[in-house]
Design a protein around this ligand. Structure first.
Ligand code: ADP
Ligand code: MG
Length: 252
């Protein structure tokens, strides 16, 4: 095998919500594979199934049917406790609403995920300051969220998601609360940081322009992937390349 290494693999994924008498097919048969080190955007109109797909990839919701393999492990067969442990070890999140703690300054917010790893305070703060430097916020390290602009807060959010060096980062409309110039800055920042560490970033957005910053663009409509664009030419496939633990005979 060459450099291409599938890190996210989805096969025949369905999510059907029952609302009273009706069924909503939020995901209606989705299959794709993404290789490590890519920035992938999932773009589509409101209600097309973006958040459902992202939540399923992150193991926050269970599929009705189908397979999801993340970093070599099947998500759909894990217990809740296994999912929690898996997320802690492999996954970072960037939220639209930043989700920073108002009583903590920037360093403390960024250092927070490291406390769950049992790292001592001196190390945590050193690591957090390193991340803040990477996102260009060294001058603001002692500022609390309400003493920063939206863009600065989201850069703290990016630093916090990346401080544990997750293999995969999921972002749901990460710039939904930012103006367009600031959104572009955050896109470039995310792109730079994940590129440096060969991480995989999956971002959901309704905004075509912002989606265009990614290496790979998946267009979703009515719960189906209708188009895949791969600008680097190597990072995505609508075929399943390999699904460890299952379907070995289909492997090519
Ligand atoms: N918990 C839920 N119960 C019922 N329907 C839902 C639920 N979550 C999402 N949906 C429906 O599934 C579809 C896709 O939703 P969603 O994934 O949130 O779309 P997007 O993030 O692209 O706006 C929509 O029709 C939405 O109303
Ligand atoms: Mg959504």
């Amino acid at each position: 095998m060459g450099a291409a290494e599938p890190v996210i693999s989805v096969r025949d994924l369905y999510k059907i919500y029952r609302v009273g008498e009706t069924k909503v097919r939020a995901l209606n048969g989705v299959s794709f594979t993404i290789d490590r080190g890519n920035f992938c955007s999932i773009v589509g109109a409101s209600g097309s199934g973006k958040s459902t797909l992202l939540n399923m990839l992150a193991g926050l919701e269970r599929p009705t049917k189908g397979e999801i393999v993340i970093a070599g492990e099947h998500m759909e067969t894990k217990t809740e406790n296994q999912l929690v442990a898996f997320r802690r070890e492999h996954i970072g999140f960037i939220f639209q609403s930043f989700n920073l703690l108002g009583t903590m300054n920037a360093v403390e917010n960024v250092a927070l995920p490291l406390t769950f790893q049992g790292m001592d305070k001196k190390k945590r703060n050193a690591k957090a300051e390193e991340m803040l430097e990477l996102v260009g916020l060294t001058k603001y390290k002692k500022h609390r969220p309400n003493q920063m602009s939206g863009g600065q807060q989201q850069r703290v959010g990016v630093a916090r998601a990346l401080v544990v060096e997750p293999e995969i980062i999921f972002a749901d409309e990460p710039t939904g609360n930012l103006d367009s110039n600031t959104s572009v800055e955050v896109m470039n920042l995310m792109k730079k940081v994940v590129r440096e560490k060969n991480q995989t970033l999956v971002m959901v957005t309704h905004d075509n322009y912002l989606a265009g910053f990614a290496d790979i663009i998946l267009r979703i409509k009515d719960g189906k992937i209708i188009e895949i664009e791969d600008k680097r030419g190597t990072g995505v496939s609508d075929e399943i390349i390999s699904v460890p633990g299952k379907d070995r005979e289909k492997h090519e």
